[in-house]
Write a protein that binds this ligand. Structure first.
Ligand code: 5AD
Ligand code: SF4
Length: 435
């Protein structure tokens, strides 16, 4: 999401004649786009600010700005606490950046932290480097108010951009040769543009260019509709991959988190999705050590992981965020217990990922070739539509951005390896399923 926002910011600034530099040493303005979701994300920014302090020492005119959630959360406290910060601009005020930079240049502090009910940056053309993969924001904000989460406070209310402007951008990306587009929103299932819901948007995006794979994130288990599942099954280039954060395996904790579903509901949803989209893969988010989490609650989390057998997971220690409901909950789990539980969760997920990847050996996968493998120029790296990395011997006749068929012969928990079979055409990939 921040990457997509940074591209929007670059689009806005380039319109006003700013250029991007590759090094902070060459810059007149340094902007840090920040995340507040966990304490350590903010700590990293304070570390970075320390580095820019030295640079500002040798370049007194340098403007340093904080963008994004941390700007929204800490507002003018940031300029008061950190004298090196000249600009503080929240996620809905990026259009004012040129004006605020001017202010800072004239010696004032530039602060823009209003949240908007309508801003979607629909008409801004983000600045994207050429490549194969693009992020595309289709909605902003979140109305879910999970009790642990700062996002509804830092990114404001849910709002969707128009279907037409989204399709227009997908077309532009197609012309530029992009091959994988990820539609982004904190809760994409709440997308709405008049009569059109997220399934309609996905279907329309898929039809723009059938050689582009479309992904999306994030889905909330309460809102993932049957229509959406059927739409994914129907369109070959809608990836068979759903990121569906579970957060915890305990109904008691889910209720305290205000997640508005039970584990029963969640499991039924997974089963239904697997019936409608054969071979669909799932990833999830898990939080270890939410306030009052007992050992039994933790075991229930391990249990749901074993039942679902996720292909991947993003796993975090609970991090108290000021202003959220959970912040005021008593009975914090000790740091040591959180760490221990998190490690157990990570170990289990690695084992499951490894086992699931072993089950794929001998099968054929269609892989989008992303380029040379990072470890050896003799190999190509690419990705399956279920988002797994595949390494295979480089073929001179195959170029980056094409689809190939690979037969898998080896796997770790994170990577698949295989032999090249043939080039492939993804627009016919799932025809058997749709017939
Ligand atoms: N502590 C730990 N993890 C969090 N997340 C959100 N807020 C917190 C927090 N306070 C995680 C959730 C969410 C993902 C984006 O970040 O798992 O799905
Ligand atoms: Fe945060 Fe919950 Fe909204 Fe996700 S759905 S952004 S976890 S409040």
């Amino acid at each position: 999401m921040n990457l997509a926002d940074t591209e929007i910011v670059l689009g806005i600034l380039q319109n006003k004649g700013f250029d991007k530099t590759d090094s902070a040493n060459d810059a007149d303005v340094v902007l840090l786009n920040t995340c507040s979701i966990r304490e350590n994300a903010e700590q990293r920014i304070y570390g970075r600010l320390g580095n820019y302090k030295n640079l500002k020492g040798s370049k007194p005119d340098l403007i340093v700005g904080i963008l994004g959630c941390m700007a929204e959360r800490l507002r003018k406290n940031l300029v008061e606490k950190k004298s090196i910060v000249d600009l503080v601009v929240g996620p809905d005020e990026y259009r004012r950046l040129p004006e605020l930079i001017d202010l800072a240049y004239n010696g004032d502090k530039g602060i823009g932290v209003k949240l908007s009910k309508t801003e979607t940056y629909d008409d801004i053309i983000p600045h994207r480097e050429d490549g194969l993969q693009a992020w595309l924001s289709v909605m902003r904000g979140c109305d879910k108010f999970c009790t642990f989460c700062v996002v509804p406070f830092t990114r404001g209310r849910e709002r969707s951009r128009s279907l037409l402007s989204t399709l227009h951008e997908v077309k532009q990306l197609s012309v530029r040769g992009f091959k994988e587009i990820t539609l982004l929103g904190q809760n994409v299932n709440s997308y709405r543009d008049g009569e059109n819901d997220f399934a309609d948007l996905l279907a329309a995006c898929a039809e723009v260019d059938r050689s582009i794979r479309i992904r999306f994130t994030t889905s909330h288990p309460q809102d993932l509709s049957d229509k959406l599942l059927l739409t994914i099954a129907e369109h070959p280039n809608l990836c068979n991959y759903i990121h569906l954060p579970v957060q915890s395996g305990s109904d008691r904790i889910l209720e305290l988190m205000n997640r508005t579903y039970t584990i029963d509901h969640y499991q039924n949803l997974i089963e239904k999705a697997r019936k409608i989209i054969p071979g669909v893969s799932f990833s999830t988010d898990i939080i270890a050590g939410f306030p009052t989490e007992t050992y039994e609650d933790h075991v229930m989390t391990l249990d749901i992981m074993r039942k679902v057998r996720y292909d991947g997971a993003y796993m975090f220690k609970y991090s108290p965020r000021e202003g959220t409901k959970a912040y005021r909950m008593k009975d914090e789990v000790s740091e040591e217990t959180k760490s221990k539980r998190l490690h157990e969760i990570i170990d289990l997920q690695q084992l499951i990922s490894y086992e699931k990847n072993q089950e794929l050996l001998g099968t054929e996968e269609i892989v989008l070739v992303e380029g040379l493998s990072r470890k050896s120029e003799k190999f190509y790296a690419g990705r399956t539509d279920t988002n797994k990395v595949v390494i295979f011997p480089k073929q001179n006749e195959i170029v980056k951005g094409s689809y190939v068929k690979v037969k898998l012969n080896k796997a770790t928990h994170a990577t698949l390896f295989g032999d090249f079979l043939d080039s492939a055409d993804i627009s016919t990939k799932n025809l058997a399923l749709t017939a």
